[in-house]
Ligand binder design. Structure first.
Ligand code: 5AD
Length: 337
């Protein structure tokens, strides 16, 4: 078994590692992380900008057809959250929200990013698929990283969990456009989806390696009430199994891509109070404490059981304060050009 803990794994070796129960995998991943980029954990303050979304993803609690009332944060609220991040020396923030391509929205985000960039914080955006021009404008305004999950890299599975107005090709194109605009690009998948196989998961990891991504956020799929995918819940593995698979995915990705940033995602903590800590101990190096004002936070419900508080034990870990914590992988790629 030990000899397959290596960087260049074959598909069948990845599948073997995913199916295996060996806990050594996690210690190996941590050792690889520490050797490649050090043991530091970086914090990014997450600001959930708006739950209004033009897309209707079959799994998501803030999909267009959801009946929850819409909110959009005031610019002042966003700046307050950013101030909190500065004060607590987080180094970076993430502005995330439903997808919206209205010109007024695009202009507004541009203005907000400009304001935010004066704080000196690293700025990550997670605002869905946009045109290359929009990506460029937001980059020029000061955002340097973008998160856009592929959600499921298998085309057939992607199509099963999205409505017909989604296009797998457009998602791939958007990831390419982000790269060309100059961002550090993050992607990721949900783990334990109905219809998903262990082969799909292995291919997700190979997809991320082939895309040469800079950052990754992946979490367990968690049922979101009143969504179409919830009707397939009988197909799901137990939550604890989905959590375990997510940890194994994180650890294997760390072996394959030692110097990327990998997030210990919030969804892990929805299943297990120790979930995010366990991800750090499986090779993750980024945590995104939620800085959204409480009122809005309770309306940005992607899935059931969303944790409202950070596990404070994370702050007792090896957190590196006051630094942006850019993706070392991105830095290395730039330097080799
Ligand atoms: N379970 C887990 N993750 C979800 N997301 C959306 N809905 C769910 C769900 N039901 C994730 C998607 C999206 C991110 C912002 O939230 O992967 O990219």
């Amino acid at each position: 078994m030990l000899q397959i803990y290596k960087k260049t794994m074959t598909r069948s070796e990845i599948i073997e590692l995913l199916k295996d129960n060996d806990k050594q995998l996690f210690a190996r991943a941590v050792a690889v992380r520490d050797a490649a980029i050090g043991p530091a954990i970086y914090l990014r303050g997450l600001i959930e900008y708006s739950n209004i979304c033009s897309k209707d993803c079959l799994y998501c609690g803030i999909r267009k057809s959801s009946e929850s009332t819409g909110y959009t944060l005031e610019t002042e609220q966003i700046l307050q959250a950013a101030k909190y991040a500065v004060y607590n020396r987080y180094g970076s923030i993430v502005l995330q929200g439903g997808e919206n391509s209205a010109p007024a929205h695009i202009d507004k985000i541009e203005r907000i990013v400009k304001e935010l960039s004066r704080t000196g914080l690293g700025i990550t955006l997670s605002l869905g698929e946009q045109s290359p021009e929009t990506y460029r404008r937001w980059f020029d305004a000061g955002a340097t990283r973008y998160l856009l999950r592929i959600e499921a890299s298998d085309r057939a599975l992607y199509e099963k969990i999205h409505p017909s107005d989604h296009s797998y090709n457009s998602r791939l194109q958007a990831l390419q456009d982000l790269r060309e605009a100059g961002y550090q690009v993050g992607t990721g998948v949900m783990i334990g989806l109905p219809f998903q196989t262990v082969e799909n998961l292995a291919d997700d990891l190979l997809f991320m390696r082939d895309m040469d991504i800079d950052m990754c956020g992946m979490g367990p799929y968690i049922v979101a009430e009143n969504t179409p995918l919830a009707s397939h819940s009988s197909l799901l593995e137990p939550e604890e199994r989905r959590l375990e698979m997510t940890l194994r995915m994180i650890a294997i990705l760390r072996l394959m891509m030692p110097d990327i940033n990998i997030a210990a995602t919030t969804a892990l903590q929805a299943i297990d109070p120790d979930g995010r800590l366990r991800a750090i101990d499986a090779g993750a190096n980024v945590v995104m404490p939620n800085l959204t004002p409480t009122d809005a936070k309770s309306r940005y419900i992607l899935y059931n059981n969303k944790p409202m508080e950070l596990d404070m034990r994370i702050l007792e870990r090896n957190v590196r304060y006051g630094e942006r914590g850019d993706s070392a992988h991105f830095g290395a790629r730039k330097a080799s050009k």
